[in-house]
Design a protein around this ligand. Structure first.
Ligand code: HH2
Length: 260
């Protein structure tokens, strides 16, 4: 799933795709490179980011979604939002996934997704983006994140979303330190054992810089290492910035596995 941030302030590509044509050209390049899905977001959730109004987020994201759906009827388009008003407009425009970094914190979101027949990504985050890195201590990060996701998945099922349409994401970088992120990546098989598809978004994130010293634009190799940690899962959606590099990496990895 390629990332299309229609925002002025995203951490790795903020400001590059703020208008409709730029965002579409970026999405088209990712589709040509082999993306199966595109995640369109109109609000940055990087550490320290300020929230934006629903109307602003909707005006940024929905025209891009509508045009992608019109041009590529088979493409899975996802909307990266926590706001029911934005999700509703995106679903009406043809989005098939609501990617919610707050895991359905707004009580209107899960029933809305259930009514639409779309899928939902429930991502773990501690607090909110503005403050989430203030306290990254856990007694047991894996146990706590997985327990919370299990509880949110139960809420999604109770709202009427079928289990195969409820995807779980440990929220790499969302209120976790580098060691916490690494432990969550190492524990992905345990997350998958909860019985839902898993989503992993480690692309270009800060823990890669902390480990290697690489600046945000130079983190493709580290991002691919995180992909390697996720790709053995039975059902996984990889949220990435660098689609061509990821597809090449997965093509060779899969070919070698197939030749064994
Ligand atoms: N990470 C970001 C945003 N949305 N959604 C899911 N499911 N998982 C993630 O790990 C995730 C996410 C943050 O990355 P990015 O979109 O590149 O930056 P920003 O939030 O600054 O727009």
């Amino acid at each position: 799933m390629g990332i299309c941030n229609v925002t002025p302030d995203s951490f790795s590509d903020g400001g590059r795709f703020v208008d409709l044509e730029q965002a579409l050209a970026h999405a088209e390049a990712m589709i040509a490179a082999g993306a199966d899905a595109i995640d369109v977001g109109g609000e940055s959730t990087r550490p320290g980011a300020e929230p934006v109004a629903a109307a602003t987020e909707r005006e940024r994201a929905v025209p891009v979604i509508a045009e992608l759906v019109r041009r590529h009827p088979d493409l899975v388009v996802s909307v990266d939002t926590s706001k029911p008003a934005v999700a509703e407009a995106a679903l009406a425009a043809g989005a098939r996934i609501v990617n919610d970094v707050s895991a359905g914190r707004d009580p209107a979101l899960l029933p809305l997704v259930a009514r639409s027949g779309a899928a939902v990504v429930l991502m773990h985050m501690r607090g909110e983006p503005r403050t989430m890195q203030a306290d990254t201590r856990y007694a047991d990060v894996v146990a706590e994140v997985h327990a919370e996701l299990r509880e949110r998945a139960a809420a999604a099922l109770a709202a009427g979303i079928p289990a195969e349409l409820v995807m779980l994401d440990p929220g790499i970088g969302f209120g976790k330190d580098s060691q916490g992120n690494l432990r969550l990546l190492a524990a992905l098989p345990d997350l998958a054992a909860l019985g839902h598809p898993v989503v992993v978004g480690a692309s270009r994130k800060r823990f890669i810089g902390a480990l290697t010293g690489a600046e945000v634009g130079d983190r493709v190799p580290g991002s691919l290492a995180a992909v390697a940690a996720a790709v053995t899962l039975p059902r996984v959606l990889l949220r990435v910035h660098d689609v061509a590099e990821t597809v090449q990496f997965l093509t060779v990895l899969t070919a070698v596995a197939g030749a064994a």
